[in-house]
Design a protein around this ligand. Structure first.
Ligand SMILES: C[S@@+](CC[C@H](N)C(=O)[O-])C[C@H]1O[C@@H](n2cnc3c(N)ncnc32)[C@H](O)[C@@H]1O
Length: 299
């Protein structure tokens, strides 16, 4: 009897056989080998980006030095010096936390909500739309506020950041991305401490430090290169989030919204804090289905 053979399956089998053979030679199990190959592929992709983005395709000595740093764990964003974030180019001078795609995901939703809110809540006095007032607190590179300011030219956007060395980075990102930088103010502050009490916001957006040291998923590269002040949030990862939630009400307008990024394990903690400080709270998934941010509305 003649066997009908699917050539694609045959090829798949041959590849699998080769994996097993190479695994034996390298004394690795199949998963380790696949992980190793994926890692090598990712690194070669990163080298390619580095070459085109920073060196315009020229393999200079500096390029090879950067490849070495990349292989030793320096994040690609720091080597190139900037990353894309929504429609913006975010410069990473002085090495702030590198903006994450999970943050990009919810900031896009926040921008849509702010645009919609401006249409739905015209000024009571004149009937004209009020420019939305937005604060990016724990601003780091300033990717959140800069993306809002760029997407909503009428918005007034303020930035708060504790790390003094990042203030010029924030200014640079505003100037490089925002059409009217005079709509933005940058404040060196521990959360709201340096914010005048009469500065009010319709939206406060924050990606604070929230890693719980007891559930630390950060890779070695992140731990050894990105600022720990940006990563760790104290007990349960909720210490900065609690201080932020406790004070935000003072700076929000009626029905103002506080958007906070966090870990999925912190969802019950977020609900508790919201109730304690007079907010409603709904938690939402990111693009990977992980409950990654909560929207708290002042009641
Ligand atoms: C997780 S990073 C987020 C940076 C940026 N918003 C982003 O999404 O990429 C947190 C930032 O908060 C700053 N930070 C930490 N504690 C702070 C505090 N008490 N007040 C203001 N900023 C703080 C850190 O220096 C860091 O830049």
């Amino acid at each position: 009897m003649k066997r009908i053979v699917n050539p694609d399956l045959m090829l798949g089998d041959q590849i699998l056989d080769s994996f097993v053979f190479v695994s034996h030679l390298l004394l690795l199990d199949r998963t380790s080998l696949l992980t190793h190959i994926a890692y090598k592929y990712m690194k070669s992709q990163e080298e390619q980006w580095l070459l085109t983005e920073k060196y315009q395709g020229e393999k200079s000595e500096a390029f090879y030095a950067d490849c070495k740093a990349l292989a030793l764990g320096t994040p690609l964003g720091y080597l190139i010096g900037h990353v894309p974030f929504l429609d913006c180019t975010i410069y990473l001078d002085n090495q702030p936390l590198i903006p994450r795609v999970e943050t990009e995901f919810w900031v896009e939703k926040a921008i849509a909500a702010i645009k919609m809110g401006s249409v739905m809540q015209p000024s009571l006095d004149s009937g004209a739309a009020q420019p939305p007032r937005v604060l990016d607190v724990c601003a780091g590179s300033s990717c959140i506020g800069v993306a809002v300011a760029k997407a909503i030219p009428a918005a007034k956007v303020d930035f708060g950041e504790l790390s003094k060395r990042l203030l010029p980075t924030i200014e640079k990102n505003i100037n490089e991305n925002v059409a009217n930088p005079e709509r933005c103010r940058v404040v060196h502050s521990n959360l709201f401490q340096q914010f005048p009490i009469d500065w009010k916001y319709d939206y406060i957006l924050s990606n604070p430090p929230y890693i719980d040291p007891a559930i630390d998923r950060a890779t070695e590269s992140v731990k050894s290169h990105e600022p720990h002040l940006a990563l760790y949030g104290g007990t349960d990862g909720l210490e900065v989030i609690e201080q932020l939630t406790a004070s935000a009400g003072t700076y929000l307008t009626a029905n103002g919204q506080l958007w906070i990024e966090h870990e999925p394990e912190q969802v019950p903690g977020m609900a508790k804090l919201a109730e304690q400080y007079g907010f409603s709270c709904v938690s939402h998934p990111d693009q990977y289905g992980v409950l990654r941010y909560s929207i708290l509305v002042l009641q």
